[in-house]
Design a binder for this molecule. Sequence first.
Ligand code: SF4
Length: 267
Amino acid sequence: MSDAGILGHVSASQVKTYRACKRQWWYEKVARLPKAMGGGKDTGTALHHEMRAYLAGEIPASRLSPLAAPGVPELPLPGTTLAEHALEPPPVAAGLPWTGSIDWLSPPQASGEWAGIPWVGDHKTTKNYTYCLDKEELAKDVQMISYAYYASIKWSLPESGFVRLTHVYYHTDPGPRTKPIKVVDTKAQVATIKSLWGEFETVVQDMKATAKAPTAAQVEGNAKACWNYGGCPYRSRCPSNKSAAPAPETPEVISVHRLLFPRKAAK
Ligand code: SF4
């Protein structure tokens, strides 16, 4: 099977995982081993559903949940933006389509502080603002820069142009002294966006080579990533874990996993 056949497409989350630990990415996207879903996933999914409906003008702000409602002043007006907009046609990175869905994508503004600048935004749920990106990190974030790259193509922006980037963080367990939301808002210049996109393409090229590795042991691991985001879901089988059970990553077992867990279509 060709590397393009194994991968099919790439995404921001794949590139983030790969940068953190190549072996974790291999387990997830090449061996296609399932990973447990955290409880926070349901909360985040529900918030995204109601925000999509609100931004599309399908429900009023008065019907939003207590978790979602505080974000309204920070968002585009309903009906003025593309809500949960799929990257279509997808940008291409090292020959592979880059898939994704932007929580909101507003066309270049007609006037005001953001005149001539499109706006990409993302809703995030969190239990701790400590882990929020700051402005500098947001302006280099793989997901947001891939969205900004898409916007720069969609509206044929010049290299001197800008794209506005926003994260709205919704606290899922605010105490009496915790603000219900936190907003991180910045902009990135198109020349920088294109330069970062070039770096992502280099990573994707490396992913295509790594996808050919027949076993996890032949893929570089990163012990510093083992406890990221609550812990790597593949710790119990990873060769880096000395107490791990023997890992069944033979090509035959990979084939069985692919039968059991066929690739899902990208959203
Ligand atoms: S346990 Fe650590 S080294 Fe092994 S795949 Fe997970 S993150 Fe990588």
